[in-house]
Design a binder for this molecule. Structure first.
Ligand code: ADP
Ligand code: ZN
Length: 737
């Protein structure tokens, strides 16, 4: 008798063994969905293995096979196992993130509706006679002749003719009414025109050749495509995918957040619309029905290209030939809930497990990926120039420090105002960008802009109001709050903030005739709000677009020749070792929005820290220069990519208890004597209290991540920590707050 190892849908870190009754044996495959007895209940679960030797104890039997073929491809089970292992997460949690809820839940199915189609071309004589009395049936027939086949409900609604009349036509054998699957296609009503491939330039040809080599290599390596904004990376992706399709394989494309980059999806749909290969799109704005249908189409092989955000990395494609990760440096690839996976890293692992080439693309690759390329682990392709001799914009750094003590900070520098006016006069467009991801718990001098930094860690210190102290959450350094700015003497030393609305008002006051639109989380509520505003901007119905991070990325508007950044340095205060990398990336991305057409663009960066390296290197579009300097800092401080971080956070209503629990945990961690690992903390998190819970952190810094996480597992999975304290473990954390 065979045995099946099953992961039931309960949040336990275990698989359980069941006997397979003879009657079910033939139907059962790896990845099948089954019903199993569990304690006094009956649960749905997934078969993850057929072990030779069962776990100890008497085996219960599988009750029912819910899917005859593998519901989950074996390769994705393997990927989930790796994920559970690497991110130190329960296997169930990992498996359930691979399988979307829309597909999992009990009544997930294609939508069945009644479909009406004519059975005859003309109505027989005798029926024509009968129609004289059956007026409604006659009307229905004529309506159908006009409109063509359709869903019964839609035909009834549009014609205003009741179902009885349609049924009458069916009885007379004039039409057929049959249940049919209705595909819930999110792009049904947004047709695209087919686009032709561009003739590649020399850089693109070289990049494509490299990717093609890896696509057919027996052990493909990851390719990092570093190309400045507007250098034609997307065209390289498209042609690489066309190649993969010609080999009979499929392709997966990850983009940071589809709702924010509708243009990207359009490019892919447009290129492949004529080829009948099926392009599936997976993202957070789909309804659960749409998501179900898209997933099942992919699983059935009806879609051979998948474009999606983070979780699309688990798309159940067979015969995968290439995985593209666009804007690979983006932090939205990191899942902030358990299992805390990073979709780019999962993509690289999936490529490795399935022997598939992976292409990472960015104008500002993450230090992690660039480091791998430099070390020869990844292959590097570079596109240093924009296509068709379009020049990179000229960047001006505008110092907005005030010289007088009581002067309010400048919202719009005079030179920026002049530049915008010039655009309005020439009927060009401007984008004004405001960095709102500031951090109010750190202190920044309103005059010179520098935050107080930790002397040991090169992160901004956080202000703890109650203790009136500045502290570092990485090393627990603590110091007094200086009465005046230690850098320029300005007093008082405090936080200075501003919002998009204020900037919008200032712009409206400066340019009363301009058409100004604001784009941020507050104004972009509706499902289509974003696409609509961008559409209007593209058609030239808006002169100035004001917004947050949202508008920094991926947009291509040839008439934008001026980009203003209101407060470039705000994010430098975030107590995170990646703060300056983030500011640099953001400035490079934002300036990538300027001058993508015939007219050379200009970028105006307002700042209180004009000499900060992140700003200076961005000004010269000097990625390599910035990276070299930043890598050196990371190496000296033992930060990623040289060492790995694991962040353990405890949250609880009682400050003492939360700290106590984490102190115990830290002590046990120390006792484990982990190889090449340094443990710091507990320290209060930079956001020391959130949603009425106190937050404390322990940092692990290690050179041996894969040796360390398995040793942490028992502490987190098998041990009962107090119920009212929430412990989370984040491997390779992105959000350190
Ligand atoms: P990136 O993704 O690197 O920012 P895109 O792929 O969006 O750049 O390319 C910028 C623009 O240049 C797009 O409008 C694209 O259609 C066009 N383009 C790309 N490659 C070529 C080429 N070889 N010749 C002409 N135009 C191109
Ligand atoms: Zn420190």
């Amino acid at each position: 008798m065979r045995i099946a190892r099953v992961v039931p849908e309960v949040s336990l870190d275990r698989a359980f063994d069941y006997a397979i009754p003879a009657a079910l044996d033939a139907q059962l495959t790896l990845g099948a969905k089954v019903r199993v007895p569990f304690k006094s209940r009956s649960l749905v679960g997934y078969v993850v293995d057929f072990p030779e030797h069962p776990h100890a104890g008497k085996l219960r039997e599988i009750e029912e096979v819910l899917s005859t073929r593998a519901f989950l491809p074996a390769r994705l089970i393997e990927l989930a196992q790796w994920m559970a292992h690497y991110y130190c997460a329960p296997l169930t949690v990992a498996l359930l993130s691979v399988l979307p809820k829309a597909v999992r839940h009990a009544d997930a199915a294609f939508k069945q509706r009644l479909w009406v189609a004519p059975l005859v071309k003309t109505v027989p004589e005798d029926v024509l006679l009968a129609f004289k009395k059956a007026k409604a049936q006659k009307a229905a027939w004529h309506f159908l002749e006009e409109s063509g086949p359709g869903w019964l409900a839609d035909l009834s609604r549009d014609s205003g003719i009741s179902a009885a009349a349609w049924n009458g036509l069916a009885e007379r054998q004039l039409i057929a009414i049959e249940p049919r699957t209705q595909d819930r296609d999110p792009y049904l009503n947004t047709p695209v025109a087919e686009s032709a491939p561009h003739t590649l330039n020399a850089g693109q040809i070289a990049a494509l050749a490299l990717v093609r080599e890896e696509i057919t290599a027996p052990k493909p390596r990851v390719v990092l495509l570093h190309g400045v904004t507007g250098s034609g990376k997307t065209e390289v992706y498209l042609q690489a995918i066309a190649h993969v399709l010609s080999l009979g394989k499929t392709a997966l494309v990850l983009v940071p957040e589809i709702a924010l980059t509708p243009q990207t999806v359009e490019h892919f749909r447009a290129r492949f619309v004529g080829q009948k290969v099926g392009v599936a799109v997976l993202h957070s704005h789909l309804s659960s029905g749409e998501r179900h249908d898209q997933w099942q189409h992919i699983r059935a092989g009806r879609a051979r290209i998948v474009i999606g955000a983070r979780s699309a990395v688990f798309a159940p494609l067979d015969h995968l030939g290439l995985i593209v990760v666009d804007e690979e440096h983006e932090h939205s690839y990191k899942q902030e809930e358990s299992p805390h996976y990073h979709a780019r890293d999962v993509a690289v692992m999936r490529g490795h497990l399935e022997g598939v080439a992976v292409l990472l693309g960015s104008a500002t690759p993450s230090l992690e990926s660039y480091h791998h390329a430099k070390e020869g682990k990844y292959r590097l392709a570079e596109l240093p120039q924009r296509v068709e001799e379009v020049q990179m914009p000229v960047t001006h750094v505008l110092d907005i420090r005030t010289s007088k003590k009581d002067e309010a900070p400048t919202l719009l520098a005079p030179r920026l105002v002049e530049a915008i006016q010039a655009r309005l006069d020439r009927h060009e467009q401007a984008i004004i960008f405001l960095n709102r991801r500031g951090y109010s718990s750190s202190l920044q001098c309103p005059q010179c802009g520098y935050p107080e930094m930790c002397p040991n860690c090169s992160v901004a210190l956080t202000f703890h109001r109650r203790a009136n102290k500045l502290r570092c959450h990485l090393c627990d350094f603590s110091g007094p709050v200086p009465p005046a700015c230690p850098c320029c003497g300005f007093a008082p030393f405090k936080h200075a903030g501003m919002g998009t609305e204020k900037v919008e008002d200032a712009l409206a006051a400066a340019f009363p005739k301009a058409r100004i639109e604001r784009m941020d989380a507050d104004t972009m509520r509706g499902k289509d709000a974003y696409a609509k505003t961008l559409g209007a901007f593209g058609e030239g119905k808006i002169d100035i677009l004001v917004g947050t991070q949202m508008i920094a990325k991926g947009l291509h508007f040839p008439r934008v020749t001026c980009v203003g950044v209101i407060n470039a340095d705000l994010a430098l205060q975030i107590p995170d070792f990646r703060a300056s990398e983030r500011v640099f990336q953001l400035l490079m991305q934002v300036s990538g929005r300027s001058g993508r057409g015939a007219v050379r663009g200009e970028v105006f960066v307002q700042t209180r820290a004009p000499f900060h390296p992140a700003i200076q290197f961005a000004r010269h579009h000097d990625y390599a220069g910035f990276i070299e300097q930043e890598l050196e800092i990371r190496r000296k401080l033992h930060y990623p990519p040289y060492e790995r971080f694991i962040l353990i956070t405890a949250r609880g209503r009682s400050e003492e208890k939360t700290l106590f629990v984490l102190e115990n945990l830290a002590r046990e961690l120390t006792r484990l004597d982990l190889p090449a690992t340094e443990i710091t903390g507990p320290t209060p998190a930079p956001i020391a209290r959130m949603e009425e819970r106190y937050r404390f952190q322990v940092f692990l810094r290690t050179r041996r991540i894969t040796a360390v996480t398995p040793r942490l597992r028992p502490l987190f999975m098998d041990r009962a920590w107090p119920d009212d304290i929430r412990l989370t473990l984040d491997v390779d954390p992105v959000d350190l707050l």
